[in-house]
Design a protein around this ligand. Structure first.
Ligand SMILES: C[S@@+](CC[C@H](N)C(=O)[O-])C[C@H]1O[C@@H](n2cnc3c(N)ncnc32)[C@H](O)[C@@H]1O
Length: 202
């Protein structure tokens, strides 16, 4: 269930870079929720993409709040340390890998550099509690999670996302996840070929 990998679904990530990032960059502080982050590759990939597209000073004001219900009780430690085995990092583009990963004392294990690690906070959280972790997100990324929920649960969780996004915030999910018709008035789809939505004012 916690299947994930670095640079998964580049097309959607590129849409975040091209459509959400220019808006987010106008903010002083950028809070992002990676909901259902598994053991962290998605949150770290997003951090790298943001860093690649903004300067060091602006990146210091980015916080990615990565959460997961975490049945295995190990995600927090993995994410906090930012250390991954070769098997999980070997498909990362070489230039990105060399720039953002460093060797560790343990052969075959690589650690994200401190600048990237510092921008991720992990906490255990159950989305079905419907309690948002804060209320000022510029972007909520929730991929390959909603499909595990019943239709009414999906609707409630997406409503919660709407409530805790800033006025012009973005909600992004995977290709195969359609916006329930009951919620179409809450969001506007930004591009036809990706599930990137912008909050519509109530
Ligand atoms: C397939 S992984 C997706 C990981 C990542 N988002 C991606 O797309 O690569 C699904 C994750 O959703 C988490 N999850 C499932 N139910 C959840 C819930 N109620 N609240 C928070 N996370 C949940 C699982 O623990 C798992 O790590």
């Amino acid at each position: 269930m916690a299947f994930t990998y670095f640079f998964r679904d580049m097309q959607t990530l590129e849409m975040i870079r091209d459509y959400a990032l220019p808006v987010l960059k106008t903010r002083r502080f950028i809070h992002i929720w990676d909901a259902g982050c598994a053991m962290g590759p998605e949150a770290y990939t997003l951090a790298i993409i943001l860093r690649e597209n903004m300067g060091h000073m602006m990146f210091r004001n980015v916080k990615i709040h990565a959460t997961d219900i975490e049945e295995s009780d190990s995600f927090g430690k993995i994410i906090q340390e930012g250390i991954y085995p070769e098997e999980q990092v070997k498909r990362i583009p070489k230039d990105i890998f060399e720039k953002y990963f460093e060797k560790t004392d343990k052969p075959g294990y690589f650690r994200l550099i401190e600048e990237i690690r510092k921008c991720i906070d992990f906490q255990r959280h159950d989305l079905l509690s419907l309690k948002p972790i804060r209320k000022d997100f510029g972007l909520i990324l929730c991929k390959n999670v909603l499909l595990h929920f019943k239709e009414n649960e999906r609707i409630d969780v997406i409503k919660m996302y709407h409530d805790c996004l800033t006025e012009d915030g973005f909600f992004v999910t995977e290709h195969t996840q359609k916006m329930p018709s009951e919620l179409s008035g809450l969001f506007q789809q930004v591009v036809p070929n990706a599930q990137v939505f912008r909050k519509v004012k109530k």
